[in-house]
Design a protein around this ligand. Structure first.
Ligand SMILES: [Mg+2]
Length: 302
């Protein structure tokens, strides 16, 4: 089941990264992550997912409930998460970014849904890229809709293009099972270069288009650094576990980078490639799986 492959792949990556978020690459070289840890950065029990997975689950629940994409309803579910701890394991929201919290608070004050997201240069964090994956499973999803869902919190064009690029990689993986990871990335790159040929912002993805990582991999929360890290980890490993460990041990924004990487690695290698001791370590994973089943039924009937 493809939704379960991708979404569980994401949630496991998020939980793998949470205990070492913002650790440096040097610290992790001394003491690398090799398995699911507990406590650490946020002092949370083993297998705790963060804002990334919660916002994915909120998006999926809204789409299932409304039988389609309803921007106001997605924002209402984000509010339920943000203010009440919905879609978390311990009614405890942590780790959210400023652009996301500002947008949700603006919506809460009555600002129209299409004017809540931040569109400044500094709003190019990975906070919408980290929650966009559910859209990949909707047949015929178009770039404009992906952009609108990103723009609920993150509305800068650089981020919108990056979200469409990520979904295009996932869609290529979902529709052609026989291609290599590099061929899927090439497919997405060609789509973006054509679709956004008039945009000045597309140049920020040039290093990925040319597979030029000579300037190094900066695993920060900046949306471009994040997608570069994800592509680098997928290209330089050949199984789910190694891709995720590589992502986490880059340091920096570990939970989000491992989550985004895990979403694609989950789709590409399948749920059964996720180490069973990692899935077993996630409390409430049965809830995630049941939501995936409802979401897949919605997508199949769409
Ligand atoms: Mg997080």
């Amino acid at each position: 089941m493809k939704v379960k492959d991708g979404i569980c792949g994401f949630v496991v990556g998020d939980a793998l990264g949470v205990p070492v978020e913002f650790y440096s690459r040097e610290e992790l070289k001394e003491d690398p992550v090799v398995d699911m840890r507990e406590y650490g950065a946020y002092n949370m029990p083993k297998g705790t997912w963060s804002d990334d997975s919660s916002m994915i689950l909120a998006t999926m629940a809204s789409i299932v409930n409304k039988k389609g994409i309803d921007l106001d309803d997605i924002m209402k579910e984000f509010k339920n998460w943000f203010f009440q701890g919905a879609y978390t394991q311990y009614i405890d929201t942590f780790d959210y970014g400023i652009t996301t919290s500002t947008a949700i608070q603006r919506y809460d004050k009555g600002i129209p849904v299409d004017r809540c997201g931040g569109s400044g240069d500094r709003d190019n964090g990975n906070g919408s890229l980290m929650r966009i994956l559910p859209l990949a499973f909707i047949h015929d999803i178009d770039p404009e809709t992906i952009e609108k869902v990103s723009a609920l919190t993150h509305a800068h064009e650089r981020t919108l293009i990056t979200c469409v690029f990520y979904i295009q990689i996932a869609k290529s993986m979902l529709s052609n099972e026989n291609l290599t990871i590099k061929e899927h990335i090439d497919n997405a790159s060609e789509f973006i270069k054509d679709y956004y040929k008039d945009s000045d912002e597309v140049k920020h993805l040039n290093r990925i288009f040319e597979y030029d990582f000579s300037e190094g991999i900066l695993s920060s929360g900046y949306v471009i650094n994040t997608i570069e890290s994800v592509v680098y980890c997928l290209l330089n490993t050949n199984n789910y576990k190694d891709a995720l460990l590589k992502a986490v041990n880059l340091g920096g924004d570990t939970d989000t980078i491992a989550g985004i990487c895990g979403g694609l690695a989950g789709i590409y290698y399948g749920f059964d490639a996720i180490p069973i001791e990692w899935t077993d370590a996630i409390p409430k994973l049965d809830y995630v799986v049941s939501l995936c089943e409802m979401y897949e039924a919605f997508c199949d009937g769409y």
